[in-house]
Design a protein around this ligand. Sequence first.
Ligand SMILES: NC(=O)c1ccc[n+]([C@@H]2O[C@H](COP(=O)([O-])OP(=O)(O)OC[C@H]3O[C@@H](n4cnc5c(N)ncnc54)[C@H](OP(=O)(O)O)[C@@H]3O)[C@@H](O)[C@H]2O)c1
Length: 318
Amino acid sequence: MANEMTYRRLGSSGLKLSTVSLGGWTTYGQTVAEQDRVTRLIERAVELGVNYFDTADVYANGKCEEVMGPALAGAAPRHHLVVASKVFGKMSDDVNDRGLSRKHVLESVDRSLDRLGLDYLDIYFAHRYDPETTLEETVEAFSDVVRSGRTHYWGTSMWSAAQIAEAVTFAKANGLVAPVVEQAEYSMLRRERAENEVLPVTSAKGVGVVVFSPLAQGMLTGKYDGGVPAGSRFAEFESFKERFFSDENAARVRALKDVADDLGVTRGQLALAWILRNSNVTSVITGATRVEQLEENVGAAKLSLTDDVLARIDRALI
Ligand SMILES: NC(=O)c1ccc[n+]([C@@H]2O[C@H](COP(=O)([O-])OP(=O)(O)OC[C@H]3O[C@@H](n4cnc5c(N)ncnc54)[C@H](OP(=O)(O)O)[C@@H]3O)[C@@H](O)[C@H]2O)c1
């Protein structure tokens, strides 16, 4: 089934990512805590053609990196994989163990590499913008992480369009390494920020976009049509349920069923293909607690949607 996957360039960089990728937030080292379950999911993802795997130091307070590392090492040769981690969030009560200061960025990349058991990352993300560190200090620190060989590329996550543009301009003007990717939230249920703010600026700057929570944390699959199943994301995390589980969203997701049925696909596949209709999006980073979810989600990679279908989707989302 590896030929079901498609690959896209990350912005104007030469790096190619699978259009459907896999991340470990709230899952690996947490709701999916056992190493053998994580290993099985990552091995299956590689078999299905996924090459990009996403984690962060703060996911399960380091445990996500600790379980994804051995799983990745066993699943494929290192050159096959695109491994990303992130820095910004608070890792301890120490006043300097957070943010994007030069100290925290340079120390954190080594700790992430230790937990993952890797010699280098492919992408290192600034997980959020740090208003308590100057942009210049942050860009220089990430540039040095790249130049030291600990990561091949660096990127931003949930930075404003103006912050991304300023980082690229500052890096280029000063002979530093510029960010090549923004990791942004984007889904049928949360589209305004990505479509109106992020995508216009990133494409103009040659910065790639990878998308998180493309299924609105599972809401768009229809799994919550009849309420909240035991063990699901919304059963485990009340705050995420509050974010998406409303009568309006439930009606939208129900309305999408006819569109998906007419195409012979699932609503999850429709939701992922809808994001990938945008050629400036490189990859949708999905989450999966079960192999069947992964297999279903990868089925979106080659699905293209006609203008007629896109218009039907827009009507369903009103
Ligand atoms: N940069 C950031 O700030 C940031 C923020 C959030 C996420 N991320 C990244 O993006 C990744 C994905 O985020 P996400 O987990 O929210 O993505 P998502 O794909 O929108 O949601 C994934 C969850 O939906 C459910 N699901 C997935 N496929 C399904 C299917 N086919 N059928 C039924 N249920 C299905 C599973 O949850 P259950 O089985 O538990 O119900 C799964 O864990 C994260 O792992 C992380 O790497 C980054």
